[in-house]
Design a protein around this ligand. Structure first.
Ligand code: SF4
Length: 240
């Protein structure tokens, strides 16, 4: 959504404060919540699949570099602009086009913040492979921070837990410490990247009520994005 210069400064200040508080968090405190909650990955692959619900995997810059380095793939081959859920629902034809007005500029470009993993035609993650009746991640050792820490994440310095079949199972002391370290590292990276995104962000004029202009482009099979990330604004054209 468009952000005024004044609001941008407030966002930077607020995120900096959150980062300072995050740097005070203790891995041991997070680990003790994890042990009380219990968790063991069942490798069901549900969180990577479309039928699970929202399976968008947001990528940190370090995720993109690590996956490129270990797979030999260009970033464009496995990442695409992070699509706000409102826009995704319009593109899928299940929401009213007016829902994407706040993300679309007067030239019909959709503005996106950051990158996410591509998905296959069936909606599952591109790195998910079927192995008989089960599934496996083909980049398991190099998977994004979000996948390494699922179903846990920190927001506003509070631990949040997503739906997962593996919750409630025993987790060892060492396992809880290692996972908590990953959860905290991910949170700190996310906050640092957010500050850079806000600093580089360039204001855009919203589309207003003329959403039909942008939809005409979609009908031709293309979506034009401007992606705001920690390095600035990037243009990307994606086939629908
Ligand atoms: S990268 Fe691996 S763990 Fe993450 S969603 Fe894709 S298949 Fe699942």
């Amino acid at each position: 959504m468009p952000v005024s210069e004044q609001y941008k400064d407030l966002l930077i200040q607020g995120t900096r404060k959150e980062l300072y508080r995050a740097l005070e968090l203790k891995v041991g405190d997070i680990a003790s919540i994890l042990r009380k909650t219990g968790f063991s990955c069942t490798q069901c692959g549900n969180c990577c699949r479309d039928h699970h619900g929202d399976n968008r995997v947001m990528l940190l810059q370090q995720d993109i570099l690590r996956i490129s380095e270990h797979t030999g793939l260009y970033a464009t081959e496995f990442s695409l602009p992070f699509i706000p859920i409102e826009v995704e629902n319009v593109l899928k034809g299940i929401s009213d086009p007016s829902d994407m007005i706040p993300f679309t500029d007067s030239k019909g470009n959709i503005h996106s913040f950051g990158w996410m993993l591509r998905r296959k035609k069936n909606g599952d993650c591109i790195f998910l492979e079927a192995v008989g009746p089960s599934f496996r991640c083909s980049i398991y050792d190099h998977r994004p921070a979000l996948c390494q820490t699922y179903p846990f994440f920190l927001e506003d310095c509070m631990l949040h837990i997503s739906d997962c079949k593996g919750l409630g199972s025993d987790i060892s002391y060492a396992g809880s410490i290692a996972l908590s370290r990953l959860v905290l590292d991910r949170y700190i990276c996310e906050l640092k990247e957010s500050i850079l995104v806000y600093q580089h962000y360039e204001h855009f004029e919203p589309l207003g009520a003329n959403v039909g202009f942008s939809l005409e482009r979609f009908k031709k099979g293309h979506v034009f994005y401007i992606v705001h990330d920690s390095e600035g604004a990037h243009r990307r054209c994606e086939r629908m």
